[in-house]
Design a protein around this ligand. Sequence first.
Ligand code: NDP
Ligand code: SSN
Length: 294
Amino acid sequence: MEVGFLGLGIMGKAMSMNLLRHGFKVTVWNRTLSKCDELVEHGASVAETPAAVVKKCKYTIAMLSDPSAALSVVFGKDGILEQICAGKGYVDMSTVDADTSSKINEAITAKGGYFLEAPVSGSKKPAEDGQLVILAAGEKALYEEVIPAFNVMGKKSFYLGQVGNGAKMKLVVNMIMGSMINAFSEGLVLAGRSGLDPSVLLDVLDLGGIANPMFRMKGPTMIQGSHSPAFPLKHQQKDMRLALALGDETATSMPVAAAANEAFKKARSMGLGDLDFSAVYETVKALEQPSQKS
Ligand SMILES: NC(=O)C1=CN([C@@H]2O[C@H](COP(=O)(O)OP(=O)(O)OC[C@H]3O[C@@H](n4cnc5c(N)ncnc54)[C@H](OP(=O)(O)O)[C@@H]3O)[C@@H](O)[C@H]2O)C=CC1
Ligand SMILES: O=CCCC(=O)O
């Protein structure tokens, strides 16, 4: 199967590498073209523009940072719309809002093409290991045609119906995750300031009802103050922002998520946006310890 792949950041590089490893013919494009070199060493072809990728490939997958990037590769100069036509499919796996996905869907289908949104749960390591959870919605026929690629990139694919449902599901998941990492950060700092060993807290958590892979994986490096990016904090804050907008649309009160968003914004203002989202821990650490006397 021949596929195009747009966007070779942390996720896109791992996902396209997986496709190559499993025998797919892959044509890549990235805004910063030099990032294609490593993929070429592993057998990928390169195209100069998103339009050139679509011209060459029946199916094109995108994994881009945010709504503005997702829109620009479709509607911009040399973008997807210049070459999409009947018989070609476009699969956007970026995390965006339902509105962005719908705009892309309308434009692609107006040209006769097929569209599927397919954001993913799981980070850098699951992307490298082909263990993502794929949240697809849109054209069912396209979903069925690209299942061989999803089976390589992920451990489970969900088909969620109409365009927008994949985006919404992904934002709900990340809203929960972003709130959890804030509570976790506060717990680690509270333990330390209460004279407890935070690494013992990790052991206690891991044996109880709120044990989870995120605490298990991030806890030890957070305690060390190391936040090498798997999921960049700026993207987590984008997801909180989009989830809160979904809350506005549906009149859903989300005070916990709103507070978590403020913490991510604070972290960005501290220059931590390119670090892992676990760096929100540093915002809690940075808060002055209240006087013990009062
Ligand atoms: N990292 C993670 O753990 C996960 C991330 N996601 C989501 O996946 C998407 C990608 O994440 P990730 O790989 O971590 O992000 P990165 O920041 O590592 O990569 C972002 C990619 O988007 C490209 N890009 C940014 N702006 C534009 C633009 N205006 N036009 C064209 N290309 C652009 C970048 O190109 P360039 O190299 O030129 O900057 C790069 O290829 C995001 O939506 C994120 O929320 C989903 C699940 C997990
Ligand atoms: O969007 C990023 C999700 C990261 C994860 O699921 O660990």
